[in-house]
Ligand binder design. Structure first.
Ligand code: GAL
Length: 340
């Protein structure tokens, strides 16, 4: 009797799987996705890293079975009101799932309630809403998750790239302290806050005394950083390390370092984050000390998978993480090959 019941249950499970076309996680049939609509909100198209992320995400969604015309990606133009209006429009158009790179992380609560209230599942990317908000999704059993990396790790890796060179080598003027300038991304962004903090903490944890000569906001932007570093180097010629919260700004910084007649690896050190191809080329050439790979490939695929799971009625963990990778001359070529 018991055996008969088990085999009946097995047959029933198989039939359900065949009918839904879904046998397990990540095996959602392409035919199930062809008519599903996905809305993607990017905080700003004019951002090197998020452009790589966005293109990879679009290709991945298409490769999984979404039709191109059902994927709509919009530019928040770095304005939360604009993005909130875009999200409202997606809700009115009854998209099946939303993927959102917030303009302001602090708007997460409002956006979550707006989207979840309309019964639409939501995948946040890149800008982390934070532990309290994530706990709320769990407590209320909401179809909301975040896909991204822990920026503390990227900051720590940035600091370690410098401390690994050795205190004596980095302390070029031999005054017992490492003099640095910090160029930050958007200060509201947790990635900027953590990279700023943890890069320096890693130096201190390695027993290195530090002195901050300047700390400026470059808003992730190459031209802004170029200008800031030019001014900063002129005011503080004793600078030994330039930390930039991302590679776009490090590339700008490099132009000003060269213009000031300085040579990375000889009389100054420079660290970025993201592993943009141009920056990794510089690491290989020695014109950038190192960077940290912000794995847009894994992150965009995980975001796509999370969206697919929601569309298929399968839940997701509320936090889906991804590791950063330290990039120095030793592994730069390998990283470059993997992102090209
Ligand atoms: C960071 C990235 C930056 C910028 C930012 C946008 O993770 O390192 O380059 O794209 O996200 O939020």
């Amino acid at each position: 009797m018991k055996r008969k019941l088990i085999s009946l249950l097995t047959v029933a499970a198989l039939m359900i799987a065949m009918l839904t076309g879904c046998s397990s996680k990540n095996e959602v049939g392409a035919e199930q996705l062809a008519d599903k609509k996905v809305g993607v909100c990017i905080y700003q198209f004019n951002d090197n890293f998020m452009t790589l992320f966005r293109n990879e995400l679009q290709n991945y969604l298409v490769s999984k079975g979404f039709s191109e015309e059902n994927i709509t990606i919009v530019d928040g133009a770095n304005n939360q009101d604009t993005q909130t209006a875009q999200i409202q429009e997606f809700i009115d158009n009854k998209v099946d799932v939303l993927i959102v790179n917030l303009v302001n992380s602090s708007s997460a609560g409002t956006i979550t309630d707006l989207v979840a209230g309309a019964g639409i599942p939501l995948v946040y990317i890149n800008r982390e809403p934070g532990p309290a908000e994530e706990q709320r999704w769990a407590d209320k059993n909401m179809n909301v998750c975040y896909v991204g990396c822990d920026a503390r790790q990227s900051g720590t890796y940035q600091g370690e790239i410098i401390s690994d060179i050795g205190k004596n080598k980095v302390d070029l003027n031999k005054d017992g302290k490492v003099q640095y300038i910090m160029i930050e991304g958007d200060p509201e962004n947790i990635d900027a806050q953590y990279r700023t903090k943890y890069s320096i903490k890693a130096l201190q944890d390695a027993g290195i005394n530090v002195q901050c000569l300047d700390d400026q906001i470059g808003n992730w932007d190459m031209d802004a950083a170029k200008q800031l570093v030019a001014e900063s180097l002129a005011a503080h010629p004793q600078t030994e390390v330039v930390f930039c919260n991302n590679d776009a700004m490090a590339l700008g910084a490099l132009e000003s370092i060269k213009a000031a007649g300085r040579t990375v690896g000889t009389d100054i050190y420079l660290v970025g984050c993201d592993a943009l191809a141009e920056a990794v080329d510089d690491v290989i050439a020695g014109t950038m000390t190192g960077t940290v790979f912000n794995d847009h490939i894994t992150q965009s695929h995980s975001a796509g998978d999370a969206a697919i799971n929601y569309v298929a009625g399968i839940g997701n963990d509320h936090y889906i993480g991804c590791n950063y990778v330290k990039v120095t001359k030793d592994n730069a070529k390998k990283i470059l090959d993997s992102v090209k």
